[in-house]
Design a protein around this ligand. Structure first.
Ligand code: PGA
Length: 249
């Protein structure tokens, strides 16, 4: 997997065929020499995966899905899409365990099965973890993160295809972000949990939750993180480019 700074655009339930053209300016940016160190991964809704794969062919950009069913190939699951179907489109990444799906009833066990299915299809996984406000207020953050990692990554042996996305639930879409000091502390704790569980293997860790073109100047100072998972601000190419520019320059 790449050692570049990751900018993962999570478009959630936004975008239609007209939005495909809007990423051209981002593609053009990455052609410039000083952006060689940036890895941009677009995660549009399922309906746009194919168009995004075609649009980003022969570029440095990659495409990711936002979820999958835990069944590896095919099955009687109306409305669902498997990691194998996603892989066959030419998609390389997949977000699993996003809090918006966890709060919809997705369990740690299902997340674990989805991660196994994605890896067996040779996809890179963006595995989301994070505490909610109640857990934070009750000082349960570290326990929650450890449990999510232990159960989500159960029976996973190698983590070279897994990117951990630390996204405090209370930070998503709210404009609230931890201070750099608090965030660094949390990321170091996650790294320790991973190192212990995976016998010194190191995982890439990205941060997500209200990343925008204002707070990026601050967030980019944190050396312990390998990039960002960006929701709202990634749907607007101007704002997204601003975030990438400010991080790289
Ligand atoms: P946000 O979303 O940047 O809009 O807070 C991030 C995410 O949910 O991945």
């Amino acid at each position: 997997m790449t050692n570049k700074i990751l900018f993962i655009a999570n478009w959630k339930m936004f975008g239609d065929l007209n939005s495909v053209k809007s990423i051209e300016s981002v593609i053009n940016l990455t052609k410039k020499k000083n952006y060689k160190n940036a890895k941009i991964i677009y995660c549009p809704p399922y309906t746009l995966l194919n168009s995004f794969v075609i649009k980003t062919r022969k570029t440095n950009l990659d495409v990711g899905a936002q979820n999958c069913h835990y069944e590896i190939n095919t099955g009687p699951y109306t409305g669902s899409i498997s990691s194998n179907m996603i892989k066959k489109l030419g998609v390389k990444y997949i977000i699993i365990g996003h809090s918006e799906n966890r709060s919809d009833g997705e369990t740690n066990d299902q997340i674990n099965k989805k991660i196994h299915s994605a890896i067996s299809n040779n996809l890179n996984v963006i595995f989301c973890i994070g505490e909610n406000l109640f857990e934070k207020k009750n000082k349960k953050t570290n326990n929650v993160l450890k449990k999510q990692i232990d159960l989500g990554l159960r029976k996973i042996k190698k983590i070279d295809k897994i990117i951990l996305a630390y996204e405090p639930v209370w930070s998503i879409g709210t404009g609230k972000v931890l201070t750099n000091k608090e965030l660094t502390k949390q990321v170091v704790i996650i790294k320790k949990i991973i190192k212990k569980k995976f016998k010194n293997q190191e995982a890439k860790i990205i941060y997500g939750g209200s990343v925008n073109n204002q707070n990026i100047n601050n967030l980019k100072q944190i050396k312990e993180i390998n990039g960002f998972l960006i929701g709202g601000a990634s749907q607007n190419s101007k704002k997204f480019i601003d975030i990438i520019r400010k991080t790289i320059n």
